[in-house]
Design a protein around this ligand. Structure first.
Ligand code: UT7
Length: 325
């Protein structure tokens, strides 16, 4: 058994179709839905998002991100003994996107399952993989966030459809003698189910209820800043570290104003916050590993640095993972 788990490779994948705010606004205008680049940029910081083509599923995006992460870690698919996919937009009701992705990677036998914690899914999945590695149940895990939120958007609702995008991010997490993941902190409060949900379900061969995303944006916003501060402080306390020990905050990419609010509460400069929401929109469980990979590949985040990953979303769920890269 190893005392720690450590990220040894990161990867990501965005579907090729990129829509700027202006392009999306023009498409929406044709359907009688009014929005503008100015509104979207001012209220959210989003400038563009990627949408998958019809028929492209979360496992398709996730497998490309996983291959990139494996290459970065210098591993082959056959080296992997655990696959966890964080997603709220799986390919099917069942089996899991993780099982489908495992087959697309050309491997079989290792444990594979999905985690459903909406936009907090990646920090949940990373924490579970860390625990399974520390108990000796796994030694080389793929932890993936993959989403096709475009499939569950109501394009007649301008308050939500401009916010989200599709994509996938992945990390390879390996057993390690040196500290990698230092601490994590996960929470949920089911009384807030209604403020961010897709209330429909499949029953009796039909979709029952509304299968499109509903959000009370202001309620989510208010809760988000508070719980992200709490999770950051709790995680730092567990590791015996201070805010000043964090080299980079890698937050869920929902809204630049939420990130600014969190950074302010933690007395961190925005120079230390990884921001990709402008180019990706909100990709739910994929947003943190997408941001992490972009920052690693651009050379911004370097090996040995201390990162705080933070997620918040439907459930209501929230959490943080503190790690040395
Ligand atoms: O990943 C899960 C976590 N999700 C989030 O973190 C989302 C959190 N919430 C938010 O990011 C923000 O609340 C929103 C971006 C969703 C909304 O921003 P806001 O500053 O709270 O705007 P608002 O809802 O108060 O709306 C302000 C105005 C309204 O018009 P009136 O009533 O003032 O005339 C809206 O109808 O903006 C209008 N509006 C729009 N206008 C143009 C709402 N959506 C749009 C739009 N284009 N797309």
């Amino acid at each position: 058994m190893s005392p720690y788990s450590r990220i040894t490779g990161t990867g990501s994948y965005l579907p090729p179709r990129r829509l700027s705010n202006a392009e999306l606004a023009a498409e929406l205008a044709a359907q009688g839905v009014e929005t503008s680049d100015d509104w979207i940029v001012e209220r959210t910081g989003i400038r563009a998002r990627h949408f998958a083509e019809p028929g492209v599923c979360s496992s398709d995006l996730g497998v490309e991100a996983a291959k990139n992460a494996l290459q970065a870690a210098g591993l082959q698919p056959g080296d992997i003994d655990l696959i966890i996919v964080a997603t709220s937009t799986p390919d099917m009701v069942f089996p899991s996107a993780a099982c489908i992705l495992q087959h697309k990677l050309g491997i079989a036998g290792c444990a594979a399952f999905d985690v459903q914690a909406v936009c907090s899914g990646f920090v949940y999945a990373l924490t579970i993989a860390d625990a399974l590695i520390k108990t000796g149940s796994a030694s080389k895990a793929l932890v993936i966030g993959a989403e096709v939120f475009s499939r569950i958007l109501d394009f007649s609702d301008r308050t939500t459809c401009v916010l989200f995008g599709d994509g996938a991010g992945a990390v390879v997490l390996e057993a390690s003698q040196a500290p990698g993941i230092l601490a994590s902190d996960l929470h949920a409060d089911g009384k807030h189910v209604g403020i961010l949900c897709v209330p429909g379900t499949v029953s009796g061969g039909k979709v029952l209820g509304d299968p499109l995303l509903k959000m009370d944006g202001q309620a989510v916003f208010k809760l988000a800043v508070g719980v992200l501060e709490d999770a950051a402080r709790a995680t730092l306390a567990k590791a015996g570290l201070q805010e000043s020990d964090i080299d980079w905050l890698v937050p869920h990419q929902a809204n630049i104003r939420i990130m600014q609010g969190t950074a302010k509460k933690l007395k961190m400069s925005m120079d230390k916050v990884i921001v990709t929401v402008d180019q990706h929109g909100n990709t739910s469980a994929a947003s943190i590993p997408l941001a992490l990979d972009a920052a690693v590949r651009s050379g911004k985040i370097k090996k040995g640095e201390t990162l705080l990953l933070e997620g918040v979303g439907g459930g209501f769920t929230w959490g943080a993972v503190l790690l040395n890269l």
